[in-house]
Design a protein around this ligand. Sequence first.
Ligand code: FES
Length: 105
Amino acid sequence: MAEFIDVTDTDSIPKGSGRAFPVDGRMIAIFNDEGVFVAIDDFCPHMGASLADGWLEKGCVACPWHAWRFQLSDGAWLDNPKIKAATFAVRVVGNRIEVNPTPIT
Ligand code: FES
């Protein structure tokens, strides 16, 4: 099982926004949802848009291309939960954000 990997500092992702980072060979989108950091695969399973460029709203991110909405808690597409984007464990150590690149969903 992979270990947590240091990714960025907490100040680099303002509340209500997301940024994508290369982590262990894949792009992972990290969002600051009211001070809670969450991570989801940056690659939208519809057509591959960057979910980090989407809109954060009520625990979900809406894809910037066609507005598919994914729950940040488990990556499920709200219109059909059988389709998911992978999610990842996040922890904050001091002012650093660490992500475990092994998907949890
Ligand atoms: S590429 Fe994300 S909804 Fe179409």
